[in-house]
Design a binder for this molecule. Structure first.
Ligand code: BF8
Length: 662
C-alpha cells in the first residue's frame, strides 16, 4: 500500500541524515536482512537440542514426531506467555511500589487518587470501613500481589467481566487461576514431550492472555492511577520538534511510570534548573518515547518525541543529552547510535541492562535521590553538545482519556455513564467502536497503517480508542485533537463537537489496553447492545505489531469476545489448521477471532462488515451515513461540505459569506 519507509516527516528527515552519515538504523538493518522464511510462519521448533526442526514439507514431523500444528501452536502460545509475563511483571512492580508507599518505605511517592483507591479496594473485596488511606493501600497492594501467586480458584478481576462472558470462560475452563501460574503453565505445557494437541495448547494460551488483560495489566493500570492520578484530558504536543535547541534535553523511554514520574519531579527542582543554567543551558526540557511517553503525557503533559521505530533517530538529532530507559521496547541499537553523538544512555532496571550503557539502578525507596543523580548526568553532558538537527515538526493532541473520564464526559460527574455512547451506537449515529493499538514494525511503512486504518474508521463513524505506539502515530498526524472531528463521519463528528472530544481517544500505554476492556465490559452491561462484549459492534486492531506483548493483548481481546485484526502475515500460517483454529474455531467458542491481514484496506473492509453484522444481529437500524450531521448549525454544515485541506482556510466572515449569512 505504501512504498515509503515512514510517513512521519520528522522520522523521514532524520533517516535521510542518518543514512547520509552512513549510520545504521532499524530501517537499514531491516532492508539488509530479510526475515527467516521458516520462522516467520511458525514452522521452526527449537525447544530441544535434537533440532531446530524445520517442518517445511507436507506431512513432515520433527525428530520427536511433533506435527506442524503442535509446533505452530507452541510457538504462538509461548509468545502469549512472554507478552503476559512482561505486562504482568510491570503490574507486580506497581503493586510493590504501592506496598512500599503504604509501609512508609517510599517517601517520595504518595496516594494521588484516593477515590480510585477505594474503588479498587471494593473491586478486590477489601473491607475499608474504619481504615486509614495507607491501611487500605497496604491491603490493596497485598491483595494484588497475592493474585500473582494464587494457585487455584479464579482471579478476582474476572468478576469485572459481564456475566455471560464469565460463563463462557468457566464452561471452557479458561477462567485464569493465578497470574504467574498461567504463564508457568504455558512454559511447562510447551516443553518438549508435553501438551501435543494444538487445541489444548491454544486454549491454555487464551487463559494466560486473560490473566494478563483482566489481571496483570488491569491491576497495573489501577495501581498506577492510584499512585499517580487517574488521567483527565490535557493538551499536549508530539514529535521531534519538541526537543529544545537551548535547554538540556532529557528523554524518558520504556514503560514504568515509577521512574518517569520521579524524573518529572527532579527536572522541575529549582536546584536542578539552576545547575542546568550553570552549564550554559536555559533550563531542562523533558520529553518521552514509547509507552513511558504515553504515561507521562497523559498525566503530566510531557511531550512525546517518538514511538518505537523512531527511537534511534531521535538521538541522531544530536540534541539529546540523556536518554533514561527502564523496561521493554528499548532497542539495543541505542548504544551504537548514542556513541555516534554525545547522548548519554542510562539503564535503570535490574531486569534490563544493555552492554555499553551506564547502569544506575532505580528503586522506589530512594526514588528522588536517584532520579536527581541520573538527571545530573544529562546536565553535565550539555557542554558536550555539538551540531544539532532538530526537525521542525510538531503536532497537537489531547491525551488522558481514562475510562473514568469517558464515563464522566458522557454522563456528568453524578451520573457518569456510558448510556449516551450505547444510545449513539443504537441509533446509528455511531456505527461502532474500535480499539487500535500496538507497535511499529520495520517490515511495514512506519505509522502508515495506523494512520490509514484510523482515518477510515472515523470517516465511517467508528469511535476509536488508542494506546501504545499507535496512539503516538496518530497524534503525529493530528487525529487526537478535537479539530480532527472534521475527518469524522457526520454522526461521530456531531458527538465530538457536542462534547468537545477528538474522534480518536488516547487511553494510554499498552498496559492500559485494560481500560478498553473495562469500557467494553461497561458497554455490554449498560443495556441495549446485548449482554456480552461479543455482542457489541466493535473491532480491535494492531496494524503494525511487532512485540510478544501485542500477541498477548490480541489474544485477550479475542478471549473477551472481540474480532481482532493484526497487520502482517500470520505467524502460524505453516499450519492452515492452526490458522483456522485461532479464527473460526476460537470464534465459535469465545465469540472473538484473530486474523492476520497485511493489507490495511482489506482489514478495514472486513472490520466494517463485522460491525454491520453485529448491528444486524442486535436488530439495530442499518448504519446510514446520511442520517446524521444535518444539524441547523450552518457553520458546521459548511465545514462539512469542504474538503479537509480547506477547512482552516477561511475566516468567519468568509465562511458567513459563503453560507449566505453575511
Ligand atoms: O508497550 S506499542 S512497541 S512501546 S509493545 Fe512497545 Fe509495541 Fe510500542 Fe509500549 Ni506496546
Amino acid at each position: 500500500m505504501n512504498d515509503k519507509r515512514t510517513i512521519d516527516p520528522a522520522t523521514e528527515e532524520m533517516l535521510e541524515i542518518a543514512e547520509a552519515a552512513g549510520i545504521s538504523t532499524a530501517f537499514s538493518r531491516a532492508a539488509a536482512m530479510k526475515p527467516c522464511p521458516i520462522g516467520d510462519k511458525g514452522a521452526c521448533c527449537k525447544i530441544c537440542s535434537m533440532g531446530p526442526c524445520r517442518l517445511v514439507k507436507e506431512g513432515q514431523r520433527g525428530v520427536c514426531g511433533a506435527t506442524k500444528e503442535t509446533v505452530a501452536a507452541r510457538n504462538f502460545a509461548r509468545m502469549i506467555a512472554a507478552g503476559a509475563a512482561a505486562h504482568s511483571d510491570h503490574g507486580r512492580d506497581m503493586a510493590l511500589t504501592l506496598l512500599a508507599v503504604a509501609e512508609g518505605e517510599a517517601p517520595d511517592y504518595e496516594i494521588r487518587d484516593e477515590k480510585k483507591l477505594l474503588e479498587v479496594a471494593h473491586l478486590l473485596g477489601i473491607e475499608t470501613k474504619g481504615l486509614e488511606t495507607l491501611e487500605i493501600a497496604k491491603s490493596v497492594a497485598e491483595t494484588a500481589l497475592a493474585q500473582f501467586g494464587q494457585q487455584k480458584g479464579e482471579l478476582l478481576y474476572v468478576g469485572r467481566a459481564p456475566k455471560k462472558r464469565r460463563k463462557i470462560w468457566h464452561d471452557l475452563g479458561i477462567a485464569p487461576r493465578g497470574i504467574d501460574r498461567e504463564v508457568v503453565d504455558i512454559m511447562h505445557r510447551t516443553h518438549a514431550g508435553n501438551d501435543q494437541w494444538y487445541d489444548s495448547i491454544l486454549m491454555a494460551g487464551l487463559r494466560t492472555a486473560l490473566a494478563d488483560g483482566w489481571s496483570g495489566s488491569m491491576l497495573s493500570t489501577d495501581i498506577t492511577d492510584i499512585l499517580f492520578g487517574s488521567p483527565v484530558p490535557l493538551a499536549a504536543k508530539v514529535n521531534m520538534g519538541m526537543l529544545s535547541e537551548d535547554e538540556v534535553n532529557i528523554v524518558v523511554h520504556g514503560h514504568e511510570p515509577t521512574l518517569s514520574e520521579m524524573i518529572v519531579v527532579a527536572v522541575n527542582d529549582p536546584e536542578m534548573i539552576d545547575y542546568a543554567k550553570s552549564k550554559g543551558a536555559k533550563g531542562i526540557n523533558l520529553t518521552g518515547i514509547c509507552c513511558t511517553a504515553n504515561e507521562t503525557i497523559m498525566r503530566q503533559g510531557v511531550p512525546t518525541i517518538g514511538n518505537f521505530l523512531s527511537q534511534e533517530l531521535t538521538i541522531a538529532t544530536g540534541a539529546i543529552e540523556l536518554m533514561i530507559v527502564d523496561i521493554q521496547c528499548i532497542m539495543q541499537a541505542l548504544v551504537p547510535m548514542a556513541e555516534q553523538f554525545h547522548t548519554h544512555l542510562v539503564t535503570t532496571s535490574p531486569k534490563a541492562y544493555i552492554e555499553g550503557a551506564e547502569h544506575i539502578e532505580f528503586n522506589e525507596h530512594h526514588a528522588l535521590e536517584i532520579a536527581k543523580q541520573i538527571v545530573k548526568r544529562g546536565i553535565d553532558n550539555y557542554p558536550n553538545r555539538k551540531k544539532t538537527h532538530i526537525p521542525n515538526v510538531t503536532n497537537d493532541l489531547v491525551a488522558g482519556f481514562s475510562h473514568e473520564y469517558i464515563n464522566y464526559a458522557l454522563g456528568g460527574y453524578f451520573r457518569g455513564s456510558l448510556r449516551p455512547l450505547n444510545d449513539a451506537v443504537m441509533s446509528g449515529r455511531l456505527r461502532g467502536v474500535a480499539g487500535v493499538v500496538g507497535c511499529n514494525n520495520a517490515r511495514t511503512c512506519h505509522d502508515a497503517a495506523h494512520d490509514y486504518i484510523t482515518r477510515e474508521l472515523i470517516k465511517n463513524d467508528v469511535l476509536v480508542l488508542m494506546t501504545g505506539c499507535g496512539a503516538i502515530a496518530c497524534a503525529k498526524f493530528g487525529l487526537l485533537s478535537p479539530e480532527a472531528a472534521k475527518y469524522a463521519g457526520p454522526g461521530l463528528r456531531e458527538i465530538c463537537e457536542t462534547i468537545g472530544i477528538p474522534p480518536v481517544l488516547h487511553v494510554g500505554s499498552c498496559v492500559d489496553n485494560a481500560r478498553i476492556l473495562t469500557t467494553l465490559s461497561q458497554m455490554a452491561t449498560e443495556g441495549g447492545l446485548g449482554e456480552d462484549i461479543s455482542d457489541i459492534p466493535g473491532v480491535g486492531f494492531a496494524p503494525e505489531w511487532m512485540s510478544e506483548k501485542a500477541i498477548s493483548i490480541a489474544s485477550y481481546f479475542v478471549a473477551s469476545g472481540v474480532y481482532t485484526i493484526m497487520g502482517s502475515d500470520s505467524p502460524v500460517s505453516n499450519s492452515p489448521i492452526v490458522d483456522r483454529f485461532i479464527s473460526a474455531d476460537w470464534e465459535e467458542r469465545v465469540g472473538g477471532k484473530l486474523e492476520f491481514i497485511a493489507d490495511p484496506e482489506e482489514a478495514v473492509a472486513k472490520a466494517l462488515k463485522h460491525i454491520d453484522e453485529k448491528r444486524k444481529a442486535l436488530g439495530l437500524v442499518e448504519y446510514d451515513p446520511n442520517r446524521f450531521g444535518q444539524s441547523d448549525d450552518w457553520q458546521m454544515d459548511l465545514v462539512m461540505s469542504l474538503p479537509p485541506e480547506e477547512v482552516n482556510l477561511y475566516s468567519y466572515a468568509e465562511m458567513a459569506a459563503k453560507a449566505g449569512k453575511g
